[in-house]
Design a protein. Structure first.
Lengths: 140, 407
């Protein structure tokens, strides 16, 4: 509505939103970050989008380990929805496991990022996100 | 081609073989003992005693508290010892020696030690030699066996075999399960604690970076200094958490041991350290290294930690590192020798502990996890690691990896 692309951040860690929003701002990427605190709330937000109750988002950043419904389950659910076919999902997790990475990419995640410990790396992430936003905008 | 199976798989197969073989062996024992008791002449032979006692000793040597499997081996060997002893005393030795061969192979396969094999072979040969020497009249036979004593011995053997076969299997298994479970719990605890600490530590680190950025230039020198301390500590905490995580994941991949080329493993380790080696100008000499049975990623890591230490703790002179090996009867001793600063006397105890450091963080940064990892890798290989001070300067780290057979 405001014209700015929307990023849906699904993560139970409340500190993550500020870091990502600040990194986007510093990287000059105009975007609104909305949050959902676990898989269930993330799924509800996406359902709301599909039914037109909530504004559409252009990108999902998804944590893997969350209470109630974890990121793997939510990823599988998203990939089963035709209406969300073009929505890129970027996995953002503290898991270094190669198996998690390959499983998520095989399940249809657009990218896999291990959560960094340096703020500079958040800015790299923000720049990567902007390319997804552009692609997503082009795809309509 | 080498077929390698995980240890528990080997144990499972051996167990299945033994479950089948045990009743047969026990039945054979009963038949042979009874027939020997009734039909064999009363004249005993030295060869019989030797094989009898030797088989029991070898079973005890191979036993090593390996719960059900060891118990089963013990019973089987006891049964065989009785058979062989009685038969040899009865004068019909040869066919029974043939029976002992598959058992010896089984024991050796299960325990992966060929000296059990060798021991049984020596006992067997000695027994046959004695039987031959006696029948040729070179040595006098032992005094005649008291029939009452014979009955007592048979009864004691049978009682011991029965006790081992019925009661302790379950008890031993249960106690082993308890130990395994508490070990597993502890491993899980370390992993989970480190894993879950990662997130809050990371948040502290990141938000400190933001705070520092925001406050830069607007606070006094003291506050700036305090903040710097907090940041350094948060970074160290993150490093330690990461190290515990790394340490607790060693050996958790459950990959079976295979025949590996230690030379290739060392080359991989050196490739991983290429930057440090170039930067320090270290001279590295590699002597011929053998193939062993083990875990390749673990051996790579072991070499990598030792060589990295040799470079890190270098003296004023150009680091010179020699990697060599020496194969013995039961395994191989590998050496990684350097000309570095050496290790202060009396710190051997501390050296291989987790988070143990002999130097200040500012002097030599690190978490104190490298040698603890090496020790863990060695214990997963049933090996041992230690160090010796070089004459002149420097240290030689040595580790021993026992030979092992693959089923």
């Amino acid at each position: 509505v405001t014209g700015q692309p929307v990023i849906l951040l699904i993560d139970d860690n409340a500190g993550e939103k500020t870091l990502i929003a600040m990194a986007l701002e510093l990287a000059g990427v105009a975007a609104v970050v909305r949050t959902a605190r676990d898989g269930i709330m993330g799924r509800d937000a996406l359902r709301g989008m599909m039914s037109g109750e909530e504004p559409w988002c252009q990108l999902v950043i998804l944590d893997l380990n969350m209470p109630r419904m974890d990121g793997r389950q939510l990823l599988a659910w998203v990939k089963a929805q035709d209406a969300l076919h073009n929505l890129p999902i970027v996995i953002f997790t503290s898991s270094h496991l190669d198996s998690d990475r390959s499983d998520c990419l095989a399940a249809g995640a657009a990218d896999y990022w291990v959560k960094p410990t340096e703020f500079a790396d958040y800015q790299t992430l923000a720049r990567a996100l902007s390319t997804y936003l552009r692609k997503s905008a082009k795809a309509g | 081609m080498t077929i390698s199976l995980p240890l528990d798989e080997r144990e499972r197969i051996a167990k299945r073989v033994l479950i089948f073989a045990l009743p047969v062996l026990l039945a054979a024992t009963v038949i042979v003992v009874v027939s020997a008791f009734f039909f064999a002449p009363e004249r005993p032979r030295w060869g019989g005693y030797i094989v009898c006692v030797g088989a029991i000793v070898s079973a005890l040597l191979g036993y090593r508290g390996k719960a059900q499997l060891g118990t089963a081996c013990l019973i089987a060997t006891l049964g065989l010892a009785m058979c062989v002893g009685m038969w040899v005393n009865g004068g019909v030795a040869a066919p029974i020696y043939l029976v002992s061969i598959p058992l010896a192979v089984l024991v050796c396969t299960v325990h992966g030690r060929y000296w059990t094999w060798a021991f049984l072979a020596v006992i067997g040969l000695l027994g046959i030699g004695c039987v031959y020497a006696e029948s040729a009249g070179w040595i006098a036979p032992p005094p005649p066996f008291n029939p009452v004593l014979k009955v007592i011995i048979v009864m004691v053997f049978t009682a011991v075999a029965a006790t081992f076969s019925i009661i302790p299997i379950d008890l031993l298994q249960r106690s082993r399960r308890t130990v395994e479970r508490s070990n597993e719990d502890l491993k899980q605890f370390a992993y989970v604690a480190a894993h879950d600490l990662q997130e809050p530590t990371r948040m502290i680190q990141l938000y400190l970076q933001l705070i520092e950025h925001r406050l830069r230039g607007s606070v006094d020198a003291d506050t700036q200094e305090y903040l710097a301390f907090v940041i350094v500590s948060a970074n160290r905490m993150q490093g330690m958490v990461r190290s515990v995580l790394d340490f607790s994941t060693i050996g958790s991949d459950q990959k079976p041991f295979s025949r590996i080329d230690t030379h290739a493993a060392l080359n991989q380790a050196l490739a991983n350290l290429a930057y440090d080696i170039r930067l320090s100008g270290a001279l590295i000499e590699v002597k011929p290294l053998p193939k062993i049975v083990g875990s390749e990623p673990q051996i790579v890591r072991l070499f990598q930690n030792l060589v990295a230490n040799a470079i890190k703790f270098r003296s004023a002179s150009v680091p010179s590192i020699i990697i060599s090996s020496e194969s013995g009867v039961t395994g191989t001793i590998f050496s990684v020798s350097d000309n570095g600063i050496g290790i202060a006397e009396g710190s051997a105890e501390k050296l291989f502990g987790l988070f143990q450091r002999l130097h200040a963080q500012e002097e030599y940064p690190g978490e104190g996890i490298g040698l603890a990892s090496c020790r863990k890798i060695m214990s997963l290989h049933d090996g041992r690691i230690w160090f010796e001070a070089n004459r002149g300067s420097g240290t030689t780290f040595k580790f021993f990896i026992p030979d092992r057979t693959l089923l």
